[in-house]
Structures are given as C-alpha cells and as structure tokens.
Design a protein around this ligand. Structure first.
Ligand code: MSP
Length: 661
C-alpha cells in the first residue's frame, strides 16, 4: 500500500437523463464503484465521478412532450438517478450535470480558447443529417442515405456551423492508439483504427443552430455548442478546470480510467484526445470500453423497451446480489446476456451455498465446540491441511489486485471465491466433528481459527464488490469492519468471539422466481413494484413481503408454507440403541459441519451398524424434543411400507448439509 496517498481518478460516462436508467447503466456504474472502492481500501486518494449529459434536441423534445421545461424535466430524472445510486451504494465523489453553471462557463471558455487558437473555425456543412441522432454524415458514411448509427433515413442538409480541426490530429491519434495502452481492450483499437482513422479524419461539426437547449457559443449566440464538446469536457470541468478553483484538476488529472460501453469508445479515443491535444492538456491514462449487456441478443435500450428496472431487481433480490451478479457474470470486454435464470443460479451457488454456508457452518461450530471463543493457535497445534489454506489467504490480496489493476473485475471475483470454496473443502478434509469426538481440542481450535481467518480475509476483499453482507459477517465474527487492506495476512487476529445469526443468504426457488419475474414483465396482476417489496433486512437472496396466495382447499398448503420446512441431507456418523426402548436408535449426524443428535423410531428395521455411513434427510428446523431423556434435534424422513419405516436417502451423492426441496 502506498504510504503517501496517490490520486486515482475514475469516471463513468455522463448518462442522458431522457428517461430512468436501466440495468445496463448500472453495469458501468457498479464496475467503476467496485474499482473506486478497491483503490480507496488499497490506500489511494480516489475521485470517482459520474453525472448526467443534459443538453440537446432529444431532451428538449422529451420535455416538451412531458409539458415541462427542459430543466424541470431533467431535474426530476436526475433525482431518480441519484436515488438509484444511493440504493445501489454507489460511492461517487462528484456528480456533474452539464446544466451546472460552472460547467457551462468552462465549456464556453474552452470553445473560445480553441476558436482563438484556430482549432475551431466557422464554415458551411453540406451533407446528410440524421435528426434523431443529431449527427452529420458524409456521403461515404451514409452510403444508402441511411444513418450509419441508427439506420434511419437521413436528410440532405446545408448549415452554417463551427468545426473542430480534427483532421489535424490524425497522426498523433494513430500513434496514441497503436503504440500505447490508452485504449483497452485491445480489440477496440483495431476497430477504431480500421473503421475511423485509416479512412482519414474529417473536421467535426461542433455547433448546431437547430436547437437552443445547450451552451451558447460565446461570441455567436445563434449557435449552440454541440453535445460532444459539452459532454466530453465534463471530465475536466468537474475537477474545476476553467474555473478559479482548479485544485482538484491539479490533483487528479489526468484520469486513470474512463469507463464506458463500446458504442461511445469512438468519441473517447478520437475526439476526446484530439480536444485535449488542442488544449495542451495531458491525456487520460486509460479508456476502457466494456461490452454490452444484452437481452435476448439485443442491446438493452429504452427505445427498444427491453430494459430491466434496477429498482425492482434490487428490492427483490437485494443490492448485494445484483451488484455481485453484474460484477461476476460479465467478463470485461465482451458482450453478455442478462439472463434471470443465470442470475438466480449465481446467487444461489456463490452467495448462498459457498459464502453463506461457510459462514453458517463455521459460526455454528465455533458456538457448539467453544461457546464462540476461538484463539490463535500456537505453532504446531494445527492439522496437515492448514498450510495450504494459509498460503491461499496470504496470496489473496495480490491475486485480486493484479486482476483489478487490469480491470478484470469478474476474474478478480473468481479468485476471491476460490478461497471461499477452498475453505469449505478444508472443513470436509479436517472433519471438525471427528476432532471433537476424539477430544482433540487444540486441533479443533486451530481448524476453526483458520476458517475464521479465511472468512475475515475473503470478506475484507469482498468489500469493494458488495457491502451489506460483509457488514453482517464482521458482526458475526465479532470484529470491526476494516477500513483498508492493511491486515490481509493470516494470523492478524489474536482471538475471536463469534456470534450466531440468521442465514445470511436465503436460497431462491428459481422456477418460482422466474414465473414471478415473467408475470412482473407482462405487467399482470402480480406486477412487482419497488414499493411492494421492501427488503430492508438486506438479506442477500431474501424475498420478503411477497403477495401470498390463499388456497381455500382443505389439506392443501401453499408453496410458501411448504418452504417453511428446512430439509437437509445428513450423514450418520455414529449410531447406538437407546436403552430400554426397543424401537429407538440414537443417531449422530453430520449436517455439513454441524453435528446433530436425533432419536428415531427405526430400531425394528435397522441395526446401528447398518445405519452408520448412510445419508438421510433431516427435518432441520423441527423444534427439539426430549425422548427417553435424550434431546432429539430434528427428525429423519422415512417412507412407510407395511407399517415399517424405510429410510429416505438421496439417489446419488450429495454433500452433507445439501438442501432438499
Ligand atoms: N451521454 C452519452 C455519454 C457521454 S460521456 C462524455 C451517452 N449516454 S447514455 O445514457 O446513452 O449512456 C451510455 C452508456 O451507458 C454506455 O456507454 C454504458 O456505459 C452504459 N450502458 C447503457 N446501456 C448499456 C448496456 N446495455 N450494456 C452495458 N452498458 C450500458 O452515451
């Protein structure tokens, strides 16, 4: 970690507030948030900027349709966007609106500087114009008279406007893209060079006189500064460039990372560096163009109506789950499909099974064997499996950092979860319940200490990605949430006093969820709205306040009633007869690291020897009852044939503790 804080500046694109944002916008914003948080915890002085691009003809028209002034129209949407970022835990340091006075003044200054320098000049544009895209196209760009961006019909047009001398920067731009790491992933470089630069750059029209909702050209008010100068310069005006107080600009510029999706990479890797070159300002260190989040193969877009409402998803599945899915599922540069089934499977597999179970099993064992008090073992007190797990813990920070530094967020989570699954395997290898049975208290303590350390280190590393579950985990571990990544090595905690809590992550019933999401999409009676589902417990994967179906038929229960019963696979580790009770056997079960005693009336059908090693299904949340003086902590399921109990057992191998439903 750096001793003196090194500045780190990261930005999202500034979004159009023409409508509410969708889960695609959340993707970029959550990625930048994870990177910003990662850098803060690594000791950097971070400035994370996001904002809104509020001018232009489209917004002007939308506001008119809504019967509002453009400013009132964007104010409402910006409020909604800020609510969304608050809900999703977006830790931005600056929020720029292009309607900010300071920004507008700085844009005018920049325009004047470039005009006086001769890099902006007035001329007449002749060519084709796409009104919806507000873009001019040359005859070679619009071959069939259609807009190359949206495919709509263009119109012949001739207009007096201001031009930026983009052609002058062709060579330095080629050099920048081909000989530096300015643009990533590398596949985007070829796209830029072959499609735009090699064909030769034309000067760029940077003003319009067809609308007025924007920044007026300072010396010629009939013209409005067109969107790209207004929009791109946000990255410097937000830091105070062009104003009296530019300390942030001095401190944070050049940006470390401009992140965006691939459709606007062109503006950031051609127009933006050329503008900066013209202004004699250093270039940003990195432009990263990630892929698109698709729905059924098509880019999510408001106009296509295939958007997914992030408010609904977060309320339904929790912010942690949605952030985790976005960060884990899409891999950097490539497009990826937003698929509800994959999302639910991911939540169940990684958060519920891997992380949730690890925490649950470990805190349950700490309570059961040591009343929650686990101390750092002395050298030589452990098991043969400790070294491997220790190594994994000690290597985690570097493994994750290396990937985050390369902006490989999904891969960084992959290595992080390797420690979590290694820890689960470690429980199976060290078999704490056997150590307990054999009275090996020191080894047992060492095993639990290793597990608690692995949970602490993995959870600390998880902080940039998700925030609510880690908060709860630190509470269960009885330690404070770390403020940085300083203590990332094994052995930093002298002793733990753990607590037990509710399941962190509730397993989702995928089929049922898919049906409800489908119904919500169709806007039917079961439409889910953010206010209907208020998940303020923040339990990952938890679903609360669902509308209950009333089933009037007697003897029928609803699916929700059925799911109140927790069924789990358990293995019989030991079995003996209950004295003076012909029908009863006392079973010692391993339920995924947790030991349970169950008294069962199966002695007339099974001998104790036959039972040992069998996998059974345990009613896990049955209230304990005393039978012949022994507390029975659950019940095992049997089918009944000719009045005889027959054990119900999984047909093929299932881990101990596996869910039955
Ligand atoms: N206002 C311009 C950007 C100016 S930046 C100086 C703009 N706005 S936008 O509202 O259209 O936002 C586009 C950005 O939103 C994308 O580049 C990307 O960051 C994000 N995304 C929007 N839809 C997305 C997907 N379907 N998938 C991934 N990212 C998405 O362009």
């Amino acid at each position: 970690m750096p001793t003196k804080k090194i500045p780190y500046y990261i930005t999202t694109p500034i979004y159009y507030p023409s409508d509410s944002l969708h889960i695609g916008h959340c993707y970029t914003t959550v990625c930048c948030d994870a990177l910003a948080r990662f850098k803060r915890l690594s000791g950097f002085d971070v400035f994370y900027l996001t904002g809104t691009d509020e001018h232009g003809q489209k917004i002007e028209e939308k506001a008119k349709q809504a019967g509002k002034t453009p400013k009132a129209f964007v104010d409402d949407i910006v409020k909604n966007i800020k609510d969304l970022w608050k809900l999703m835990g977006i830790s931005y340091d600056g929020y720029i609106r292009t309607t900010d006075k300071k920004h507008k003044a700085a844009v005018q200054k920049i325009f004047t500087t470039l005009y006086e320098k001769g890099d902006i000049y007035k001329s007449t544009y002749r060519g084709r114009y796409c009104t919806p895209c507000e873009s001019y196209w040359t005859p070679s760009q619009s071959k069939d008279g259609k807009c190359p961006e949206c495919g709509r019909e263009t119109v012949e047009s001739e207009e007096e406007c201001y031009f930026f001398r983009l052609s002058k920067y062709e060579k330095p731009l080629l050099d920048l893209l081909q000989n530096t790491d300015y643009l990533e992933p590398k596949s985007r470089v070829n796209e830029m060079v072959n499609s735009f630069l090699k064909g030769g750059l034309e000067d760029l029209a940077v003003s319009r006189s067809s609308f007025s909702w924007g920044v007026p050209v300072p010396h010629d008010k009939k013209h409005t500064v067109y969107v790209w100068i207004d929009a791109l310069t946000n990255y410097i005006t937000a830091l105070g460039y062009g104003s009296e107080n530019d300390t942030n600009f001095q401190k944070y510029w050049p940006a470390d990372c401009h992140m965006m999706a691939r459709e606007i990479v062109r503006f950031h890797s051609i127009i933006w560096p050329a503008l900066l070159m013209a202004l004699d300002i250093p270039l940003p260190k990195k432009v990263f163009g990630h892929g698109w989040l698709l729905i059924e193969g098509t880019k999510m877009s408001k106009s296509l109506g295939n958007v997914i409402d992030p408010f609904v998803l977060c309320d339904r599945y929790s912010v942690d789950a949605i952030r985790y899915y976005l960060l884990r599922e899409l891999s950097g540069g490539q497009d990826g499909e937003f698929n509800a089934e994959n999302m639910l499977t991911r939540i169940n597999a990684d958060l519920c099974n891997d992380l949730g179970n690890l925490v649950k099993r470990t805190t349950a064992m700490a309570k059961q064997y040591f009343e929650g008090k686990v101390v750092k073992p002395k050298a030589g007190e452990g098991t043969e499996f400790d070294g491997t797990l220790q190594k994994k813990m000690d290597g985690l920070f570097n493994a994750v950092s290396q990937r985050m530094d390369k902006l490989e967020i999904s891969k960084s989570l992959e290595v992080l979860f390797e420690l979590i699954s290694e820890s689960n395997k470690y429980i199976d290898l060290t078999k704490p319940w056997i150590l307990n049975k054999e009275g090996k208290k020191k080894e047992l303590n060492a095993v639990l200490y290793h597990l608690l350390e692995a949970i602490r280190i993995a959870t600390t590393m998880l902080l940039p990605y998700i925030q609510n579950a880690p908060k709860k985990i630190f509470e269960l571990l009885g330690i404070k949430e770390p403020k940085d990544f300083k203590d990332m090595l094994y052995g930093k905690i002298k002793s733990y006093t753990t607590k037990e809590g509710d399941a962190l992550f509730v397993r989702l019933v995928i089929k049922k969820e898919l049906e409800e999401l489908e119904a919500a999409k169709a806007g039917g009676e079961t439409k889910i709205t953010a206010s209907q589902i208020k998940n303020d417990t923040e339990t990952v994967g938890a679903v609360t306040n669902r509308p209950q179906q009333n089933n009037k038929e007697t003897n029928m229960i609803t699916i929700d009633e059925f799911f109140k019963t927790e069924l789990k696979v358990a293995e019989v580790k030991a079995c003996e007869k209950v004295e003076k009770a012909d029908k009863l056997l006392k079973l010692t079960l391993d339920v995924g690291g947790e030991e349970r005693t169950v008294v069962s009336g199966i002695a007339l059908s099974y001998t104790p020897e036959e039972m040992v090693g069998k996998k059974v299904v345990l009613v896990y949340n049955l209230a304990p009852a005393k039978l012949r003086g022994i507390e029975s902590q659950g019940m095992i399921l049997c089918a009944v044939q000719d009045d005889k109990p027959i054990i119900v057992s999984p047909e093929s191998f299932v881990d101990n503790g596996g869910i039955v439903r």
